[in-house]
Design a protein around this ligand. Structure first.
Ligand code: 5RP
Length: 262
């Protein structure tokens, strides 16, 4: 299988596989959304099946819930779990402080609620997601459909006084209709180029009526597991200030995706 995977997919896979090692028996685990998180869910499903791992998984989207159930993970709601031991999720960008941009997959609201309700959040990402300065990836902002054009105008007006390079906003589409999140909202993507002050941006965005949540995750992520296309992984722990290097081999038994790739 490994020969058929692109270097980015390999990087995502090794990050997910290494992060799965942090999951222990009895844990309540937040399951992220996106292609990297999907690798994680499959790795955990494999551990449930082959090693008898016993966990409860709290998914951050309907599609993750479906995948988790399909691979044999015991899925519960956040209300049932109340608090989680660990959440593992992908990201669209992360910086040195482990501030994140998330929401490229449209699940930022549930992702932020679940990550915030966890003792620990680990981000899994290919090295391409690592940035010096956040903002090249458009910042997703979840807004309610009612009066969305007014909300958009307010956001654009607010951006004038913020330290950013670009101020274009686009309504995320699903074909010819606006994209609808699992919570029934829309997403505005803010093409900022560079975010000078992420903390200020996050706070100000969330004060605008009509804005439900923004995709900046600040002081939420504890560790990042960065994957490389050659199997190398780097584990950075922001609290301990440590960087650990590891390497994973692509084994035939890692072939979690045979069914998808055939
Ligand atoms: C979904 C997210 C994802 O974690 C983010 O978009 C990264 O996705 P991928 O792992 O597919 O690159 O925030 O809302």
């Amino acid at each position: 299988m490994s020969g058929e995977l692109s270097p980015i997919d390999k990087a995502k896979f090794v990050a997910a596989k290494r992060a799965a090692e942090f999951v222990e028996d009895g844990m309540r685990v937040g399951l992220g959304t996106g292609s990297t998180a999907a690798w994680l869910v499959r790795c955990l499903g494999d551990m449930v099946e082959k090693d008898g791992l016993k966990i409860k998984g709290v998914p951050t989207s309907r599609r993750t819930a479906e995948l988790a159930r399909n691979v044999g993970i015991d899925v519960i709601s956040l209300d049932e779990a109340r608090w989680l031991d660990l959440t593992i999720d992908g990201a669209d960008e992360f910086d040195r402080e482990l501030t994140l941009i998330k929401g490229g997959g449209g699940a930022l609201l549930q992702e932020k609620i679940v990550a915030t309700a966890s003792d620990q959040m680990i981000v899994i990402a290919d090295v391409g997601k690592q940035v010096e300065r956040l903002g090249a990836f458009p910042l997703p902002v979840e807004i309610i459909p009612f009066g969305w054009q007014t909300t958009r105008a307010l956001i654009e007006e607010t951006l004038v006084s913020l330290d950013v390079l670009g101020r274009e906003t686009t309504l995320r589409m699903n074909g010819s209709v606006p994209y609808v999140t699992d919570e029934g909202n829309h997403i505005l993507d803010l093409h900022l180029g560079r975010i000078g002050n992420a903390r200020q941006m996050g706070q100000i965005m969330n004060q605008i009526p009509g804005v439900v949540e923004n995709g900046l995750f600040i002081d939420i992520c504890d560790k990042v597991v960065v994957g490389y296309g050659d199997g190398k992984v780097e584990i950075r722990d922001i609290n301990a200030g440590t960087v650990e290097l590891d390497r994973l081999d692509f084994m035939e038994e890692d072939n979690l995706f045979t069914d998808l790739m055939s």
